[in-house]
Write a protein of this length. Structure first.
Length: 230
């Protein structure tokens, strides 16, 4: 068997928390895809029965269907037993930045309706302070979206509208636009920033996932660490 990279190792560890009869939330991004592949292979080999999966994006839904994983809508099940998803940044309190894969809103809706949310990542995602490695994604409705830019600046963030290769705005699975906010000194108070962003009409949601992950499985090429929310 070929050796596993860190993302695959984190995904394989998360598989240990899956049981037959569970409703699973499937995250988006390359680490989550490693989990879906491992889950799909285990499911096809008969290791689990009666799984139902709630995907956080069209892309992972298509991947799950390749393995014949049963797909269910969140409205049909109401509650997810276990969500497994990656992150872009993870701080020591297990607060996260997510959404560079553009699935932040569906991920947050599914994860806030999950009994357990396990974050899986390679160790490059660990930070002391959120916002120090990459931008914070913020999803907005297209209407008058340019008017948010001054507001983002007033919060200390430098906004850039996510765009496609041809320069047109990137459109999320929800039909919205996404701004990436860069904070030169990182994000001092994620809770405060999240509250301010949510108070503005036209902003649909942010990539700040505060106190949502119960644990994080952090892998390197050679070891695995389990971090717990505190
Ligand atoms: C998608 C996400 C992803 O979980 C995040 O971007 C991490 O992706 P990757 O596992 O490819 O590094 O939030 O919206």
């Amino acid at each position: 068997m070929p050796s596993m990279n860190a993302k695959q190792r984190a995904a394989a560890e998360a598989l240990k928390y899956v049981r037959s009869d569970m409703v699973l939330g499937l995250g988006s991004g390359s680490t989550s895809e490693c989990f879906i592949i491992a889950l799909g292979e285990a499911f096809q080999s008969g290791k689990f029965s009666n799984l139902r999966c709630v995907p956080t994006s069209v892309q992972v839904e298509n991947l799950a269907r390749k393995y014949s994983l049963p797909i269910i809508r969140l409205e049909e099940c109401g509650v997810v037993d276990l969500a497994v998803d990656g992150a872009d940044e993870i701080d020591p309190r297990l607060n996260l930045i997510k959404g560079l894969g553009a699935a932040l809103i569906r991920e947050k809706i599914i994860e806030q309706n999950s009994r357990r949310f396990i974050c899986i990542a390679d160790s490059s995602k660990l930070v002391q302070k959120l916002g120090t490695k990459g931008p914070l994604p913020v999803e907005v409705i297209p209407f008058a979206h340019q008017t948010h830019e001054a507001f983002f600046h007033s919060l200390g963030g430098t906004p850039r509208l996510r765009s496609r290769e041809d320069g047109s705005p990137f459109v999320s699975d929800n039909g919205n636009y996404i701004y990436h906010l860069t904070f030169s000194e990182g994000i001092t108070s994620p809770q405060d920033l999240d509250r301010k962003l949510h108070s503005r009409a036209g902003i649909v949601g942010t990539g700040l996932f505060i106190s949502m992950a119960e644990m994080a499985i952090i892998a390197t090429e050679s070891d695995i660490r389990i971090l717990h929310h505190r």
